[in-house]
Design a protein around this ligand. Structure first.
Ligand SMILES: Nc1nc2c(ncn2[C@@H]2O[C@H](COP(=O)(O)OP(=O)(O)OP(=O)(O)O)[C@@H](O)[C@H]2O)c(=O)[nH]1
Ligand SMILES: [K+]
Ligand SMILES: [Mg+2]
Length: 338
């Protein structure tokens, strides 16, 4: 059986297994297996087709925003409106075939905006240019999920599923679990809060599935088995996502009002240039950028060279930011200390 079939078998089994006390261990194990197979699926393939597609766009500016969406929702129209770069827009699907960068200048910051090919269901498994698009999305600071307001909600949940399946967590913070594999001593399990979704036994079962027999685990939050698996697997990306409903010129006021009230959502019309300023404000908030100017001892601050920090960051974080491999995520300040 191929990996895809195994994944689909497990997904089916999870779907038909009733969620209750008696099945919690079984379900936990299935989820651990699923995460393992998905990880295998994403290991870089050595085939030539995945190379040389021109998706390696240099990071530039203070932050990077990726435009993700189904074909023809208006991603390229948006890029052409907001930046001085022109990206071809047309009424047929898959007009854009590669990654096209533009720059939004806003409040003194340069925000790199990436137009990308449309993605469809199955993207994570390599349909269309899905994998490359998702690989770019992982490198962004914020994802704009662009949706066609005239189409149903199904697009949104399909895309969320695609991103979820490759370890991108949208608008979630890193689970506050301390986890450290050890050389010996078995598994030491503790929690500082009452756990309603995980137990010591389940945690052990999941760890064994990953062939981990010695580790220190401390739950500082009432996390689910999926969140615990995320911590073990690592390499998850916790990313702010703004849902942007475009083409509101085509729907009723009532419908516009309904969409606008959804969490993390903004309604716009690129065609009629509606609400674009508000979108920029929201984007800025999601990037939560603040400018900080650095100063060497005995010298005046260099105002031409700002360090851009995210929300919740203090000056101490500049050190973290600049450490090799140091990354800083906007909403995980609580779990920074380990
Ligand atoms: N009515 C209306 N049409 C729009 C709006 N924004 C874009 N369009 C149209 O939607 C069609 C698709 O726009 P594109 O910008 O090419 O969409 P895309 O998401 O880049 O598409 P792909 O590159 O094929 O994935 C074009 O015909 C645009 O003119 C809008 O706000 N309202
Ligand atoms: K198009
Ligand atoms: Mg396009």
């Amino acid at each position: 059986m191929g990996i895809l079939e195994k994944i689909s078998e497990i997904e089916k089994e999870i779907a038909r297994t009733q969620k209750n006390k008696a099945t919690e261990y079984h379900l936990g194990l299935l989820k651990a297996k699923l995460a393992k197979y998905r990880a295998q699926l994403l290991e870089p393939s050595k085939s030539a087709s995945s190379k040389g597609e021109g998706f390696d766009v240099m990071k530039s500016g203070d932050a990077r925003v990726a435009l993700i969406g189904f074909p023809s929702v208006g991603k390229s129209t948006f890029l052409s409106l907001m930046t001085s770069t022109a990206s071809e827009a047309a009424s047929y699907e898959f007009t854009t075939l590669t990654c096209i960068p533009g720059v939004i200048e806003y409040k003194g910051a340069n925000i790199q905006l990436l137009d990308l090919p449309g993605i469809i269901e199955g993207a994570a498994q390599g349909k269309g240019r899905g994998r490359q698009v998702i690989a770019v999305a992982r490198t962004a600071d914020v994802v704009i999920m662009m949706l066609d307001a005239t189409k149903g909600e199904v697009q949104r949940s399909l895309l969320e599923k695609e991103l979820e399946s490759v370890g991108i967590r949208l608008n979630k913070h890193k689970p506050n679990i301390y986890f450290k594999p050890k050389k010996g001593g078995g598994i030491s399990f503790n929690s500082t809060v009452t756990l309603t979704q995980c137990s010591e036994k389940l945690v052990q079962l999941i760890l064994h599935e990953y062939k981990i027999f010695n580790a220190e685990v401390l739950f500082r939050e009432d996390c689910s088995p999926d969140e615990f698996i995320d911590v073990i697997v690592g390499n998850r990306v916790y990313m702010p996502c703004l849902y942007v409903y475009n083409k509101i010129d085509q729907i009723s006021m009532e419908e516009v009002d309904r969409l606008a009230r959804k969490p993390n959502s903004v309604v716009i019309s690129c065609g009629m240039k509606l609400n674009l300023d508000y979108l920029l404000e929201m984007l800025w908030e999601y990037l939560a950028l603040t400018c900080i100017y650095t100063k060497k001892r005995g010298q005046r601050p260099d105002f031409t060279d700002a360090i851009i920090l995210r929300k919740g960051a203090s000056v101490e974080h500049v050190v973290t930011l600049q450490a090799p491999g140091g990354s800083f995520l906007p909403w995980d300040t609580s779990s920074q200390q380990g």
